[in-house]
Each structure stands twice: as structure tokens, then as C-alpha cells.
Design a protein around this ligand. Structure first.
Ligand SMILES: NC(=O)c1ccc[n+]([C@@H]2O[C@H](COP(=O)([O-])OP(=O)(O)OC[C@H]3O[C@@H](n4cnc5c(N)ncnc54)[C@H](OP(=O)(O)O)[C@@H]3O)[C@@H](O)[C@H]2O)c1
Length: 259
């Protein structure tokens, strides 16, 4: 996820590679990021954070407890912490850094790497207004951003955090459906992915209800209605709603151990 953000921020021109310092578990990873994106490998946590306005924590959640004490000793004055770790509540960072430290809990998704991300963010009380705007700009540079109360972050995780996995499954099924119907796989792949992209873009750009857009393409006794009948009989909408809810509940469960 950290790599997707680096890629997105540099490609969007929100910052230059020379302003991003990276610290990874193995120096080889940081050097690979340098070779690929031009970011600066840091020698240690103090080197990584010196003079930083923003410190992005993008380790796996189970690694986070072991890195927090090191980060706590190396936070420059006025730096804002942005964590993208799933499930870990703001209170965990406040316990490690103090509640006066500005903390952002963010849940981006990997399409951020191509500026098509969807990010939910929650702030602690210490993040000043102007910093909130900058954080929103950072995530807007790699897609769209919604600021939510922290109580809704597990729901964000269930919807847009886990959503790319659901979307890839749907696209894969559409491709297989196209092949089943007789199309060559490369053609089915392009048509399926572009159809999902175009439909999603219509929802965002027209602001119409998805049901309204669906009604507009559904001729009485037509082809789309025949397919929709199958989706309704197989309870596909209910399955997708349950998938989001299951992912949200899993996020809550995973977060319990850090509370
Ligand atoms: N993947 C997603 O779609 C997604 C979406 C939203 C949020 N997130 C969140 O993003 C975070 C990272 O997930 P990921 O899938 O990107 O994991 P990942 O690919 O395993 O990347 C984790 C990075 O953390 C580095 N690291 C591990 N231990 C470290 C330490 N002690 N000090 C410094 N760096 C250390 C690793 O370095 P090495 O490269 O040297 O191993 C690696 O670069 C998680 O908290 C996850 O919840 C992920």
C-alpha cells in the first residue's frame, strides 16, 4: 500500500520523489523503491522522520505495535502521523505518541497507485484544520477521499478497503461469462473491465441512482432483463451486501486486539 501511495503521489505531482524518505524492514526494499521511483532510502527511523511534515505508517497491522515505540522517539515537532493500517484505532497511536500528536487513520485502497483510489479518513482532535485540508488533498491526489467519524472506519474497510478484491472477482466472472458465451478471452477481458469502469464512472459523474441507470438500459423482455433475472434469483445483491458486512466485521475483530 505504501508503494501504491508513493507511485500515486509522484505521478500526481503532489510532491517530488526527493521529498519522500522511505524506511522498510530490509534495506533492499528501500533501495528498490529508490531505483524505481527515485525516493530517498532512510538509514534509520530518525533519518526517515527528520524534518517531516507527514509520517506515513504502512506496515502490516501485526507489525505496528513493535514499530510504534521507535516512531514515538523520532517524531519532529508539528509532524502529522498518517497510518494506513487496517483496524488499528486512533487510541492505540495516542497511547504511543500522546493525544496531542496529530494522528490520521486512513483506509486507502490499491487503485491509489493509478490515481483511482477511494480513501476513508478519520482524524484525532489534535489535527489542525489546515492540516486536515492537506491530508484530504494528499488522498484526493490519488483518487477520492471521504472524511468519516472513526466509528465508521471499519465500514470503510469493508466497502472500499476490501472492495477491489470484490470488484476483481466480479470482473473475472464477467470475463468468464464472455468466454462462455463465445468471445476470445483477451476481448472478453477488455470488454468486461471497461464495462465495469464505464458503469462506475456513470454513477459518479451523473449522480443518478444506480437503479435509475439500470432501468435506463433495461428494455422490457430484453437481454439485460434476462440477465438481471438470473442475478436476482441467485441473490447476487444480497451476497455482495453480506460480503461488505463480513469484511467490516472482520476489520472490527482484527482491531479488537489493539484496543
Ligand atoms: N494491501 C492493501 O490493499 C491495503 C489497503 C489498505 C490498507 N492497507 C494497509 O497497508 C499496510 C501495509 O499492507 P501491505 O499489504 O502494503 O503490506 P506489505 O506489502 O507487506 O508492505 C509492508 C511494508 O512494511 C515494511 N516493514 C515491515 N516491517 C517493518 C519495520 N519493522 N520497519 C519498517 N518497515 C517495515 C516492509 O518492508 P520489506 O519490504 O523490507 O518487507 C514493507 O515494505 C497494512 O497495515 C494494511 O492494513 C493495505
Amino acid at each position: 500500500m505504501g508503494t501504491a501511495l508513493i507511485h500515486g503521489w509522484i505521478a500526481a505531482g503532489i510532491t517530488s520523489a526527493s521529498h519522500i524518505r522511505v524506511l522498510t524492514a530490509s534495506p533492499a526494499s528501500a533501495h528498490a523503491l529508490h531505483d524505481h521511483y527515485g525516493v530517498v532510502p532512510a538509514t534509520d527511523i530518525s533519518d526517515a522522520t527528520a524534518g517531516a511534515d507527514f509520517i506515513v505508517l504502512a506496515v502490516k497491522p501485526f507489525v505496528m505495535p513493535s514499530v510504534l515505540p521507535n516512531v514515538a522517539d523520532a517524531i519532529p515537532a508539528n509532524a502529522t502521523i498518517i497510518s494506513v493500517a487496517a483496524g488499528i484505532p486512533i487510541s492505540t497511536y495516542e497511547a504511543a505518541f500522546g493525544s496531542e500528536t496529530p494522528i490520521v487513520r486512513a483506509m486507502p485502497n490499491t487503485p491509489a497507485g493509478i490515481q483511482k483510489g477511494a480513501t476513508g479518513i478519520a482524524f484525532n482532535n489534535a489535527v489542525p484544520h489546515e492540516k486536515r485540508e492537506t491530508v484530504v488533498e494528499l488522498f484526493n491526489a490519488v483518487g477520492i477521499t471521504e472524511v468519516v467519524p472513526e466509528s465508521q472506519m471499519d465500514a470503510v474497510n469493508g466497502l472500499s478497503g476490501s472492495g477491489p478484491g470484490f470488484a476483481f472477482t466480479l470482473i473475472e466472472a464477467m470475463i468468464d461469462g464472455g468466454v462462455l458465451a463465445g468471445l476470445p478471452r483477451p476481448i472478453a477481458r477488455r470488454l468486461a473491465a471497461q464495462t465495469m469502469l464505464g458503469a462506475a464512472q456513470l454513477v459518479l459523474e451523473t449522480n443518478h441512482h444506480p437503479g435509475q441507470l439500470r432501468d435506463m438500459v433495461t428494455t422490457p423482455a430484453g437481454t439485460t432483463m434476462a440477465g438481471l433475472d438470473v442475478l436476482e434469483n441467485r441473490a447476487v445483491r444480497a451476497a455482495i451486501m453480506d460480503a461488505v458486512l463480513a469484511a467490516k466485521q472482520r476489520s472490527t475483530e482484527l482491531g479488537e486486539q489493539y484496543r
